[in-house]
Design a protein around this ligand. Structure first.
Ligand code: SAH
Ligand code: SF4
Length: 354
């Protein structure tokens, strides 16, 4: 039986070094190959033009590139582009490019689906299939970086881990991908331009603090009331708000960083003045910035809060000297919120089967 060739990016440096030695190649080829893989983001051996044709052939015989492929690409009227990627095992994930005058932000997925079932989130209603390997996370970046050049004439400047899945439930792969994106021998992006968003997995946040995490940390808070949060975000049952507060205090002490809280305004659920008061109190323990997020309508029963309610909520927080940003939802016409597109593709397929 023919052995399937491994993806060259899965191979450790030691193994690749050994392969080169066994094939009579000089050791400096290793550095060149690594540069092609990570810094230059090659997607096939033919792009590695400073390697001899013979070596490229040897590499092609031994290894492969399991690149993810774009199966859908949708551009919004605001310039946001959403991609559905197909992985080597035919699973689907999503990635997004969001342009603004001074930057191009990409949103990366960390899992196929998500096990946490937040009520307002399209990914949450899909269930969990598997973790992404760090090369699959890297590959989303790589493919979209090429697309960013095509669409906007510039490379990606900022990365957020806000696509499908919970990054802290796939800790090692997510950390490895951040490492590749931020080290000099990798893509060399500044870690201050990378943000990891978590629903608040306390064990993972402690680990980040202990591992000297250098990128930004965003917490999807969405309610500072234990009972409400339990209802809309079941993860709260095992990661309570008090535990979250304690671990965030620890994180801030260890890293000296300011945390970002994300807060989707859900009409009649978490948008009263009482909710704002609770949020303000919750924020007292550490330096935070609050991003108020417009709800991107999914098929759930939630509705976004009216503008007047949002304004009152924000004014209250500002009166408590909190830093608040209002984030307008991008790409609504193409359903750019987490998980929405894959869900629509699945629904489309389901309806075809019926
Ligand atoms: N699991 C992580 C990261 C992925 S979700 C987390 O929850 O933080 C990224 C962000 O999108 C989260 O803040 C999530 O709450 C938000 N989100 C999910 N569904 C949304 C929707 N329909 N409209 C607006 N934001 C949404
Ligand atoms: Fe998972 Fe984040 Fe969606 Fe919650 S909001 S279901 S944690 S992806």
């Amino acid at each position: 039986m023919m052995r399937t060739k491994p993806d060259i990016r899965y191979i450790s440096e030691e193994e690749l070094g050994l392969f080169l030695k066994e094939n009579g190649e000089s050791a400096f080829r290793l550095k060149q190959i690594k540069e092609w893989l990570w810094k230059k983001g090659a997607v096939c051996f033919n792009e590695m033009t400073n390697l001899s044709v013979v070596l490229r052939e040897k590499l092609t015989t031994a290894f492969t590139f399991q690149n993810l492929t774009i199966s859908q690409e949708l551009q919004s009227c605001d310039g946001t582009v959403k991609f559905v990627f197909t992985l080597h095992d035919n699973r689907k994930i999503e990635g997004v490019l969001i342009p603004s005058p001074d930057r191009v932000t990409t949103c990366l997925s960390s899992q196929v689906g998500c096990p946490l079932g937040c009520q307002f989130c399209a990914t949450g209603t899909m269930g969990f299939t598997r973790n992404l390997h760090f090369t699959e996370i890297w590959d989303q970046f790589n493919v979209m970086n090429r697309k960013a050049l095509e669409y906007y004439g510039k490379e990606i400047t900022n990365i957020v881990y806000m696509g499908m899945g919970e990054p802290l439930l796939n800790y090692d792969n997510v950390m490895m991908s951040i490492q590749l994106l931020s080290t000099e021998s990798g893509k060399g992006m500044s870690s201050s331009r990378i943000t990891l968003s978590t629903v608040g997995i306390t064990k993972g946040i402690r680990q980040l603090a202990d591992d000297g995490f250098k990128a930004g940390l965003a917490i999807s808070l969405h309610s500072a009331d234990e009972e409400i949060r339990k209802r809309i975000m079941p993860v709260t049952k095992t990661n309570s708000l008090v535990e979250l507060q304690n671990v965030l205090r620890y994180f801030v002490e260890k890293t000296g960083k300011r945390i970002t809280f994300e807060y989707i305004m859900l009409h009649g659920i978490n948008d009263s003045l009482d909710d704002a008061e609770k949020l303000a109190r919750y924020c007292k323990s550490f330096p935070v910035k609050i991003n108020i997020i417009e709800y991107n309508s999914t098929d759930s029963f939630f509705k976004g809060s009216p503008q007047k309610t949002v304004d009152t909520f924000v004014r209250f927080l500002e009166s408590r000297n909190l830093i608040v940003n209002i984030r307008k939802s991008k790409g609504q016409d193409i359903r750019a919120a987490c998980g929405q597109l894959v869900k629509r593709v699945q629904e489309f397929k389901d309806s075809k089967v019926q």
